[in-house]
Unconditional design. Sequence first.
Length: 339
Amino acid sequence: MSDEKMRAVRIVSHDGAGELEIVEVERPVARADRVRVRVRAAGLNRADVLQKRGHYPAPPGVPADIPGLEFAGEVEETGDEVSTWKPGQRVFGITAGGAQAEYVVVPESHLAEIPDGLSFVEAAAVPEVFITAHDALFTQGHLEMGERVLIHAVGSGVGTAAAQLARAAGAGAVYGTARTAEKLERAREFGLDKGVAVGDDPRVFAEAVREWTRGAGVNVILDLVGASYLEANLEALARRGRMLLVGTLGGSSAPLDFRQVMGKRLRLTGTVLRARSTEEKARAVRRFAAHVVPLLARGLLRPVLDAAFAFDEARAAYARLESNETFGKVILKVLSAED
């Protein structure tokens, strides 16, 4: 492989569940305020699965066929306007695509320094899920000490991050839902107080919340499921409750009962990280670096790993994520032959 090339995961077909290959592509160049990172590990996310299937195209300016929203590695090259980073620094960060490759180029403001206690594989499990959860719960949801929070899909990457953050912030109670009782039991280690396995009837968790809170409801809901949970979510929220819409695993369209929203004075907020502007992402990363990274350094928060795969096993890594049996993050170890 020449010095101008790199290996990358490429989406070569959207047919069926999509097809991936490891290919050689041009190595990106860092100019102006951009930093080129030698990627040591990259996280997989549901957005990557959707992109592989042709349902979530990359935004303009991002590689259309190389997935990957988060990474950990070393600064390898900097543009002439970069003032924050120097070659050799261990960093992790977010991007709108292209992270599942040996190199990625991002704005310097989209990086944070990896705490000494984290390996590259562990660090790659952090950025997307912890930034998403922190931004949703605190910047947008204004979760306060003593308030009750309900986290759907609490065994997912975002779910386990949110449970830890809520516990660290002094939430009054951390409730959660998952597909299985086993996932709920494992989530207790990461801050879950009480949980309920939800099958085909979302009313199960609304009834559980009513029992747990003696009818008061929860103050904040972090919803990664979407349409199928909407009615039960409105029922589970307390007066002046806030619901953060983060995912649509259960559909993206459902009837809305305005009377519930108006009568309880609820606030519904939709949020997505990938499509934000450079400056919006920079603000989220700054808050992450200031509020979350120190807790990771002290061991008060930790990444939750489901499995790590060699770079050449990208197809197996995606199959693992698509199995819906994961607990925590699936990681690709992006290491070249000389490593």
